[in-house]
Design a protein around this ligand. Structure first.
Ligand SMILES: [Zn+2]
Length: 675
């Protein structure tokens, strides 16, 4: 029988795919893609946009399809065998990727086209594609002399090793620490479920009795939130805050300094002023100066609210327990108590209004009202698990727009969290507009024998969020697959998802679907108001915290770090305008800031707030004209959702909104403007 992954398929043929098909399909796919690349590099005709850039763009399509089927399954329906194949295949795929960016013959042709781009009369999208392809080589050193190339490879190898060590140290520090409690009074305040978990943890760590608290989030967070014992909270908080900062063999201070300096040297080598300049070249924010002024503008405007909230919390702690000076380890404990006093809102009150099927119909209805999309559930599409639902999506003229898979509940083979992905992207070729296959995967509360699946409000906003990413994929209307749908600059990708969450708080939208699963009663507005208010609880302090991380990130990457010798002193300087709690000399954030020193967020932490500013500003436009206003929705579809990464996102955004995003809408939504 022929390997189904090597046939030309449209909808993924899940029923025919067996695990043993993957490896041979990958090997064949890589070989075919390599032959296509070689043919482009060795073409004896003069390089043109068509025979080089476009040919490169459309090479390896079979390999892409095989990869998306495989890696989507590895996330949503995996098993040991699939994981083993992933271990074997991943190095081969990254080696193939490197072979392309290091292919000198290929780069010569790409550069030849790039150098004459002004005389080629390209469309905007073609220009963007050319730029992107060229930079995928130049940003990896293709233009450098041989000795500089050699230095670049050395730096990359060193950085890879340092990042690995950094992460291993943080992990070892996290795993090393154990707080073993034998007096039940020390757990006062913790809910029963948390106590049980702590008792189980003690047993699993080889203790015969008692309770164990660790620095893992599921153990650490509840203890800081509920434990009455202030001394123990302090002990735990200091342990958490001093990871990689003990001057021992797991210390990360030298690693931090070395990573920052090597990143700076790498950026210089490639012709950029700092690492942040290098990273931000491919971001909507563009330059470190712009990120700085963005963070500082928000800081200036959010700080008065943060200080008010801090005072409120301090007064509350003083009244409740006679606390004179609020410390870091008091923060979540008193915040949780204050929140309960102010809102008394629990999930059980809301869940009956959010039956999963109602919420799905609600989000479809929102998409119909805004973008004329109609979702038809179908049973003739193959799926990878019985629980997956499949839909064909049409516009009002019955044109096929997209295939949509929805996979909502947890299973043994599914990783945690919620995400959007695609089994096939969208593109246009030879006069045909090839439509995408989009998927949402979540881990929502399943139904039981007596109750349907009832979502928490957090799950409702998650569903809208992932569906927003989904719309970005479904409505894609571009020529090139690598510029299609969610293939946009990193600080722009959360706009469609986050903006859609706003509809969950609006009466007009909730009336469409938030109905009690037994009585059919629409959710009472006072509950909705409470949800809104509690959503902005301590927003000023939260904002300050996010800004402090963004500023710390930029302090390491937006300057020349050569002169920095003391990690803690440098960090204190970066935090000086954002700290509310008294400083603790025992702790250091940088030595465990894995996001920026191990993961891919360096010079990118600001983008959390950036995306919020974008979505609040965009939604303010809807609010102004009506949340189902067709004119605004159409502008959003035509200028943002359908355009993918074909143009600079700021240009796309301004075309939709008429102006650059302003921070005011976020400040207002977050309740930070009132005096
Ligand atoms: Zn998202």
């Amino acid at each position: 029988m022929q390997n189904p992954l090597l046939t030309t398929f449209d909808e993924a043929p899940f029923s025919k795919i067996k695990n043993e098909h993957f490896k041979p399909a990958f090997l064949q796919g890589i070989e075919d893609a390599r032959a296509e690349i070689d043919a482009i590099a060795e073409n004896s005709d003069a390089p043109t946009f068509d025979n080089t850039i476009e040919a490169l763009e459309f090479s390896g399509q079979q390999l892409d399809r095989i990869s998306s089927v495989f890696f989507n399954l590895n996330s949503a329906e995996t098993n040991e065998e699939i994981q083993k194949i992933a271990q074997e295949i991943s190095p081969l795929l990254s080696e193939f990727g490197n072979d392309i960016t290091l292919n000198e013959g290929l780069f010569k042709r790409v550069k030849a086209v790039y150098d004459q781009k002004d005389s080629l009369d390209l469309t905007v999208e073609q220009n963007t594609l050319l730029d992107k392809k060229y930079k995928s080589f130049s940003r990896n050193g293709a233009n450098l002399s041989d000795d500089k190339k050699k230095r670049l490879r050395e730096i990359d190898a060193k950085l890879a090793k340092l990042k690995l060590t950094f992460g291993e140290n943080v992990l070892a520090e996290t795993n090393k620490y154990q707080l073993h409690l034998t007096d039940e009074a020390d757990l006062d305040g913790l809910p029963e479920g948390e106590k049980e978990a702590a008792a189980q943890m003690a047993i699993s760590k080889g203790k015969e009795d008692g309770w164990m608290i660790t620095l893992d989030y599921p153990s650490y967070i509840p203890f800081m939130k509920y434990a009455k014992n202030r001394e123990l909270r302090k002990k735990l908080s200091l342990a958490f805050g001093s990871k990689g900062f003990h001057n021992d063999k797991l210390d990360n201070q030298e690693n931090v300094l070395e990573i920052a300096k090597l990143r700076f040297e790498r950026a210089n080598l490639l012709g950029y002023k700092t690492h942040a300049n290098f990273v931000l070249e491919e971001r909507m924010a563009e330059t470190p100066e712009k990120v700085h002024s963005f963070l500082n503008e928000l800081l200036e405007k959010a700080k008065p609210a943060a200080e008010r909230e801090f005072k409120q919390l301090e007064d509350f702690a003083k009244k409740l327990d006679g606390i004179d000076r609020l410390e870091k380890w008091d923060s979540s404990y008193y915040s949780e108590k204050l929140k309960q006093e102010l809102f008394n809102l629990d999930d059980e009150k809301l869940k009956p209004y959010f039956k999963l099927e109602n919420v799905i119909n609600g989000v479809f209805k929102v998409a119909e009202n805004l973008f004329d999309l109609n979702f038809e559930e179908v049973t003739d599409v193959e799926k990878y698990h019985d629980e997956v639902k499949t839909y064909r999506v049409y516009d009002n003229d019955k044109n096929f727009i997209s295939l949509f898979y929805a996979d909502f509940h947890p299973r043994a083979g599914k990783r945690g969290g919620a995400w959007m992905t695609s089994f096939k992207s969208q593109w246009k070729r030879n006069g045909e507009n090839v439509r995408p296959h989009i998927s949402n995967v979540c881990n929502f509360t399943p139904s039981t024998k007596s109750k349907p699946s009832l979502l928490t409000f957090n799950e409702v906003t998650t569903l809208f969020h992932e569906f927003g990413h989904g719309l970005h994929g479904m409505l894609a209307n571009t020529t090139y697959p690598s510029l299609s749908g969610t293939s946009v600059f990193w600080d722009f990708v959360e706009l469609p998802s986050q903006v859609l969450e706003n509809w969950c708080y609006e009466k007009e939208a909730l009336e469409l679907f938030a109905k009690h699963y037994e009585t059919g009663e629409t959710i009472p507005m006072e509950l909705v108001e409470k949800i809104k208010e509690s959503a902005t609880f301590q927003e000023g302090m939260q904002t300050l915290r996010q800004l402090s991380f963004g500023l710390l990130d930029m302090s390491w990457h937006g300057i020349e770090p050569t002169g920095i010798t003391n990690v803690k002193a440098h960090e204190d300087e970066a935090f000086k305008d954002t700290s509310l709690y008294p400083e603790t000399p025992e702790t250091c954030m940088s030595t465990a800031f894995s996001h920026i020193f191990q993961g891919g967020y360096s010079s990118g932490y600001y983008s959390y707030k950036w995306a919020e500013v974008l979505d609040a500003d965009a939604f303010a436009y809807f609010k102004e004209k009506g949340i189902f206003n067709k004119e605004v929705a159409t502008k959003f579809k035509d200028n943002v959702l359908s355009q993918g990464g074909t143009e600079n996102p700021m240009v796309l955004y301004k075309r939709f909104r008429g102006a650059e995003p302003k921070v005011e809408a976020l400040l207002e939504r977050a309740g930070l403007l009132q005096s």
